[in-house]
Design a protein around this ligand. Structure first.
Ligand code: ADP
Ligand code: MN
Ligand code: MN
Ligand code: MN
Length: 336
């Protein structure tokens, strides 16, 4: 009988954005759900989650994913708990707002880097200006190993049961995007963190790393976002102009709280240029990529029904915080 490998994953205590951590435990039987995965512990003094004198933190399994990158293996997404059984202060997942009838589609943009610069960039100076890279093809536009990485990442996500919806080369050279869709804020955010883990781990083999920062290159180069497309039962099934206008008022009123939850350094990206609205303004628009929040023509044609795209979240943002903040504002608006 083979031994099974359980990779326990968690978020560490670094601020403002946690890092993914993981360690392996073997088991003689394959777990079929998180209930088959025991609690585990780790040294929190090495992850900014505890002092050395009292270092143990607990890992509580919350979601299970088949791991296509290893034989007989699963990924076990965990929450970090303190020894007294309470959620650790770094455990944002434990306290977020969840609604399984709220659907989320996150568009994760990122750069692939090697030797301190984006893949395919010359050692000195700059590549050709932006223009032909977005959804581009050919060595000149996308370089050499990027295509293998994004394709293998797609396979790994699908094998893990993550609803990876698609890939595109982005506007800057070396910049890419994938989209994850799920029902429920916790589910979508768990899936996104695991998808990020799979990408980081895959890139190790290529001596490439992922630059998640939202504006890694100054100047006329697009930054990276994580557009958050969302819908609730009400926006999908009832909608209406009146409700939508009230929702937009609530988004406007809470604009600073949203920005605070959307990831660090976003002022470098939300400048009003490069398909963004500036950070201190809230606007919505139809098919307008310069708005904070965008709806499609079909949303309006269907009676203000369907999903909305908040374009402000940063590529480095924590999906737990982003989805939860949106649901908090949605909850302020009465549906009747
Ligand atoms: P664009 O690049 O034009 O902004 P994408 O195709 O990259 O659009 O992303 C659109 C996202 O919207 C996808 O992740 C998709 O899953 C998501 N989406 C589609 N329908 C819904 C819905 N009803 N509720 C929430 N998200 C949705
Ligand atoms: Mn997209
Ligand atoms: Mn994009
Ligand atoms: Mn988008």
């Amino acid at each position: 009988m083979p031994k099974y490998k359980l990779e326990y994953l968690w978020l560490d205590g670094y601020q403002p954005i946690p890092n993914l951590r993981g360690k392996t435990k073997t088991a003689s039987e394959a777990p079929t759900s998180v209930d088959d995965c025991p609690m585990w512990a780790f040294d929190g003094s090495s992850t900014q989650q505890a002092d050395g004198s009292d270092s143990d933190c607990l890992l509580k399994p919350v979601a299970l994913y088949p791991d296509g990158g290893r034989n007989n293996a699963v990924l076990v997404m965990c929450e970090v708990m303190s020894y007294n059984g309470e959620p650790h202060p770094s455990n944002g997942r434990a306290t977020i707002i969840d609604d399984e009838n709220a659907w989320f589609g996150l568009e994760q943009e990122y750069f692939l880097y090697q030797d301190g610069r984006p893949l395919g960039w010359p050692e000195e100076g700059y590549p050709n200006p932006q223009g032909e890279y977005y959804t581009g093809v050919g060595y000149r536009n996308v370089g050499c190993v990027a295509r293998s990485i994004v394709d293998e990442h797609l396979e790994l996500c699908l094998e893990a049961g993550i609803n990876h919806e698609g890939i595109n080369a982005e506007v800057a050279k070396g910049q890419w995007e994938f989209q994850i869709f799920a029902e429920g804020s916790k589910k979508c955010a768990d899936d996104m963190w695991v998808a990020r883990y799979l990408l980081e781990r895959l890139c190790e083999q290529y001596q490439v790393y992922v630059e998640w920062h939202c504006k890694p290159i100054e100047g006329d180069w697009n930054g990276s976002g994580m557009h958050c497309n969302f819908s609730t039962e009400h926006t999908r099934e009832v909608g209406g102009k009146d409700y939508f206008m009230k929702l937009m008022d609530a988004f406007d009123k809470n604009k600073d709280e949203h920005i605070a939850a959307y990831g660090p350094d976003n002022h470098l990206r939300l400048t009003g240029l490069h398909e963004t609205q500036s950070i201190d303004k809230f606007s919505w628009g139809v098919a307008d990529r310069g708005a904070s929040l965008r709806v499609s023509h079909s949303f309006i044609e269907n009676g203000y029904k369907g999903y909305l795209e908040d374009r402000r979240p940063s590529s480095q943002g924590d999906p737990y915080q982003i989805c939860s903040r949106i649901l908090k504002t949605v909850a302020e608006v009465p549906t009747s």
